[in-house]
Design a protein. Structure first.
Lengths: 99, 138
């Protein structure tokens, strides 16, 4: 099994996620791009775990998923509270560390 | 493997998830709005002190016995239409359609016939029938 296509797809997804984080202004879209990057890394981990015949990469992917879930929960709550006070979900508007 | 080699990280994920859930609740909680709920008495005192436009609620539409539609305006005691009872989003019934009701309120309409529910012919028959019955009995 050649890992080339998996790694190419993973690199493509990671690039899309990076460009999205850098370009987009909406905080929710930035969040989704971060998720995209995390999942492309998951794909890489699972690919290498499959090639090497060990389960370590899959376990690592599991932990990445758990951390991503926790991160998205807290992040969405933060975005929501910022939106409540600033009436905006743009990352450019939240330039203060206080409300 | 998850339960042997990575047991401690696995337990850490549970702590992380619980912390994330609690943190989301803390961040997303808005509270019960401003201040405690006003009691009915405080509300009434505030209304009569003039903190609201009027002490009573707005007159409800459709108080005629002939129509309970929202399009029917309420009548003031002098027979005129209460403008607060008119809905802004619904076209109201034209005034000409409840001319009779207005006259009834103003006491210029002829009073309804007290024997109206007998009907013209049926009422007469009933009356004559009872008369005959009394004559037979007498």
């Amino acid at each position: 099994m050649s890992p080339t296509y998996y790694l190419l797809l993973s690199a493509l997804l990671f690039a899309i996620g990076t460009v999205g984080v850098l370009v987009r202004r909406n905080a929710i879209v930035v969040f989704m791009c971060i998720e995209l990057m995390l999942n492309s890394v998951n794909l890489t981990l699972v690919t290498f775990a499959r090639i090497n015949g060990s389960l370590g990469g899959q376990v690592m992917a599991f932990f990445v998923m758990v951390v991503a879930a926790a991160e998205v929960v807290v992040g969405l709550a933060i975005i929501m509270s910022i939106f409540r006070t600033r009436r905006s979900a743009s990352v450019d508007d939240s330039n203060l560390l206080k409300y | 493997m998850l339960f042997t080699d990575y047991l401690f990280p696995f337990e850490l994920t549970s702590a992380l998830l619980i912390t994330a859930a609690v943190g989301a609740m803390v961040l997303a909680y808005t509270g019960r709005g401003k201040g405690a709920k006003r009691t009915q008495r405080e509300m009434m005192v505030a209304r009569f002190r003039g903190e609201h436009d009027r002490p009573s609620p707005l007159p409800g539409p459709g108080v005629f016995a002939t129509g309970d539609s929202v399009a029917t305006p309420a009548l003031l005691p002098d027979g005129s239409i209460a403008p607060e009872s008119l809905s802004e989003i619904i076209e109201s019934t034209p005034v000409a359609e409840f001319e009779r009701d207005l006259n009834e309120v103003a006491d210029t309409e002829a009073a309804p016939d007290a024997h109206a529910h007998f009907g013209r012919d049926g009422g007469a028959k009933t009356l004559t029938g009872s008369d005959e019955h009394e004559e037979v009995r007498g």
